[in-house]
Each structure stands twice: as structure tokens, then as C-alpha cells.
Design a protein. Structure first.
Length: 431
């Protein structure tokens, strides 16, 4: 089944041989190993593998064979944001605001990592499911690139309707930053609220209008839309990227005030805090396995804790830090204990995978199929045993692989059976 077509190849539905799960498989043809396309795909892979956020589609595995590179990604069963908008023409204002928050937290996360997406558009946000309240996920990192003040971006790329003025600049010495994504979000916000694109027409006229920031709020199209919403759009469609709202500032805009997830109850917050404290007491082996296990969770399981992570991530940077904990107004002793736990087990920051892993350890059932699927992730050659060579492939670090194996291989056999793996995972947890 063909799910869609991205910038660089078809995306098909696929089923995992060892776990039975459904994946979205993007296969890209590469003429030869010296092809510039292969270099771009490796860049996409490098960026994609770094990303770990509730509103970013997950990349699970990458396979390279003769003539192709295959990306096994999270399957989002819902449709594109474009399709939902086309059905209703434009969104009610609150729905548009809620949609914008979901997109902004994903972009804020990328920008915190100095990554520009460079192809933000309606088609690159997918709904996780077909449900009316399904969450959005950002996809397609083919144009994404890390940048810095010393190494700004220069290549003109993306989709014409959404491209920022600085990307379309005709100056040969042009350069730009990740703020180009914020212009694209402004175009999306305009379309969600009005049902029309701010820039249309033949390519040359459209490009000129974008460079000049020439657009208008047609009264017929914008009837009933609040001044705050229009101000939000105008703050994003600023020709000067340095004046344009950042993702951080956009999330604080008064149009989005009060929009987002329901606040956690005291009981919910205490539960998540307890999970993190117990996760910090797990062995390094257990934390490594649980983090891998978090990537194999069913969507319905990960949905249970996503809201907790997004609420505890007060600064919306895609991680929970000690600074976030201070904003949660926890009991002083609990806050101090949790800060110490985060520092010792998560290097001072709790990623989304860490948060899911903590919940796996405490709040979710580690059923046989989940444990087996995780074991299979480490058993790279499918021999039924996890060996050092398996771990070196999966973990990419020979020293880390050796430590991992030694921590669980009590019989000193040089390999880990499924039963030994399961016993080491359950040690000290009361399971």
C-alpha cells in the first residue's frame, strides 16, 4: 500500500517481520555510492536519528542495500493536515490555535538543536490517527540541516508557496537561518484561518510578492477572525527574519494563551515524578533497555504519557530540565530529590524517550511481546543471542557494547539469551 510520496521517494506501508507492527517505509533509489543524493540521504538520516519528541515522527531503522536506502518510520494512520483543511476549507479559530501550538513545539525543539527543517508545509504534518483529536507529527527531513552563525544556510530549497523571502533572495551572497521555518508557519496559520494562501499567482509574481511581503487580509475571507489571530500571522510574515517571531516567542503570544494540553492534576504530577525517581535507581543496563523499549511501545501506550511530558516541559524545549522542575512548584524535598535523580541518570535533562522509559518501568505492563520486540532490536543478526558484535552495530560504540553485555551476562558466556536478558531487565523491580 502506497501511503504517499515525499521529496525523495515513495512511502509504503510495511509490517515488521519480528514484531508484527506497521511501519511507514520510505525507499529512495540511489544510482551509485558516490552519488550526491546518497550524501543528502545520510544527512537526512543523521538529523532524523537525533530527534526525540512527541510531535516529531520517529525513525526506527535505516537499511542500505544495492541501489536503495530504506527508512523504517513511525506509521501515522491519520492523513495530512492539508487533507483535513481541504475538507473544511478553514478551521475554527480555536482549532487553528491548537493546531499551531502542536506545530510550534515541534519547530521549537528543532530550533533548540540548531536544525532548520526548510520544508515546513501543510503536507509535512501528519495526524497520528484518524480520530478528530489526533495529534500532529512533523515528517520529511530531506532538506533539514544544522546551521550556526559561522555556517549559515544558503541553498534555496523548500516548496514555493511557503518559502521565506530570505530563501528566495536573488543576491548570490544571501544567507539565512532557521527563522525561514517561522515564515512558513505564518503561511500555514494564514491558510488555516482564512482558507486561502497569502501568496498566489504565477511563479515570478508570487516570488516577488513574497520578497516584498505583499499580502492582505481580505475582509470576506477573514470575517470573524480575532485581531489577536491576525497579529499573530503578521508577526510571522515579517520580511526581515530578525524581526520575525521566534518559535519561543510565538508560543508565548497572547493568541495562544490557554491553548494546549489540560494541566496535570496533583496526583498525575506526583505519579510522573515518582516514575522518574525510580528510573534513576535502575541499573544502567535496565535504563538502556527501557529506553530502547520506549521506541517499541504501541501508540496507545505512548499516548498515555505524552501529555505528562509536554506539561512538565515548561520551557517547551523538548526536554525536561531542572529549570522546568522549578516552574512546577513541587515540594522542596521532592524537587531536590528529583533534580539529583535527573542529574545522576539523565545527565541533567530528561528526553522524551527517558520519560517513556520511566513509565515503562513503573506504570505500564512489560508484556512478553514488548520484551521480545526489544530483545530483537539488540539481536541484530537474529541468531537468538545478543552478542558483542550485535551490540556494536546497534549501539555504535564497542566500549559501551562491552559494558552492556558484561552487566547482564552473569554466566560469562559472551552472549545473552532471551531468558538472561529478561532476568537482568526484571532485577530489583519486583516483577
Amino acid at each position: 500500500v502506497v501511503l504517499g510520496e515525499g521529496y525523495s521517494g515513495l512511502v509504503r506501508m510495511a509490517t515488521g517481520v519480528h514484531d508484527g507492527r506497521t511501519y511507514a517505509l520510505k525507499s529512495v533509489q540511489v544510482p551509485d555510492r558516490s552519488s550526491p543524493q546518497l550524501k543528502q540521504l545520510r544527512n537526512e538520516t543523521q538529523v532524523f536519528l537525533e530527534l526525540d519528541h512527541p510531535h516529531v515522527c520517529r525513525l526506527y531503522d535505516v537499511y542500505e542495500d544495492e541501489g536503495h536506502v530504506h527508512f523504517a518510520m513511525e506509521h501515522c494512520a491519520g492523513r495530512e493536515l492539508y487533507d483535513r483543511l481541504a475538507e473544511v476549507r478553514k478551521f475554527p479559530e480555536f482549532t487553528a490555535a491548537s493546531t499551531m501550538v502542536q506545530m510550534l513545539v515541534a519547530i521549537r525543539y528543532l530550533h533548540e538543536k540548531q536544525i532548520a527543517h526548510r520544508d515546513i508545509k501543510l503536507e509535512n504534518f501528519l495526524y497520528e490517527t484518524e480520530q478528530a483529536d489526533a495529534r500532529l507529527k512533523l515528517i520529511d527531513f530531506g532538506f533539514s540541516k544544522r546551521w550556526s552563525q559561522d555556517k549559515p544556510l544558503r541553498k534555496a530549497c523548500g516548496t514555493a508557496y511557503y518559502m521565506a523571502p530570505e530563501v528566495l533572495a536573488e543576491d548570490q551572497d544571501k544567507s539565512y537561518t532557521s527563522q525561514c521555518d517561522m515564515w512558513s508557519l505564518g503561511v500555514i496559520a494564514f491558510m488555516l484561518l482564512s482558507g486561502h494562501a497569502p501568496f498566489e499567482g504565477d511563479p515570478e509574481n508570487m516570488a516577488n510578492n513574497i520578497r516584498n511581503g505583499s499580502y492582505s487580509f481580505d475582509p470576506a475571507q477573514w470575517r470573524g477572525v480575532s485581531p489577536d489571530a491576525k497579529a499573530f500571522v503578521s508577526s510571522l510574515l515579517q520580511v526581515d527574519g530578525s524581526v520575525r517571531m521566534t518559535a519561543e516567542a510565538a508560543l508565548r503570544h497572547k493568541w495562544l494563551k490557554g491553548v494546549g494540553h489540560k494541566r496535570l492534576t496533583g496526583a498525575e504530577l506526583r505519579g510522573f515524578v515518582g516514575n522518574l525517581q525510580r528510573f534513576s535507581q535502575a541499573t544502567r543496563f535496565q535504563r538502556t533497555v527501557l529506553t530502547m523499549m520506549a521506541w517499541t511501545l504501541r501508540p496507545e501506550d505512548s499516548r498515555r504519557v505524552r501529555r505528562g511530558f509536554l506539561e512538565m516541559d515548561q520551557k517547551k524545549r523538548g526536554m525536561i530540565t531542572k529549570e522546568d522542575l522549578k516552574s512546577l512548584k513541587l515540594d522542596k524535598k521532592v524537587a531536590e530529590e528529583l533534580e539529583e535523580a535527573i542529574e545522576s541518570s539523565c545527565d541533567g535533562e530528561v528526553s522524551y524517550s527517558d520519560f517513556l522509559a520511566a513509565t515503562v518501568l513503573v506504570g505500564l505492563d512489560m508484556d512478553e511481546s514488548t520484551i521480545r520486540a526489544t530483545f530483537n532490536k539488540f539481536d541484530h543478526d537474529r541468531s537468538g543471542l545478543i552478542t558483542k558484535s550485535d551490540l556494536e552495530v546497534v549501539m555504535g560504540d564497542p566500549e559501551q557494547a562491552e559494558d552492556f553485555l558484561a552487566a547482564a551476562d552473569e554466566a560469562d558466556t559472551g552472549a545473552l539469551s532471551y531468558e538472561a536478558f529478561k532476568a537482568a531487565l526484571s532485577e530489583g523491580t519486583g516483577r
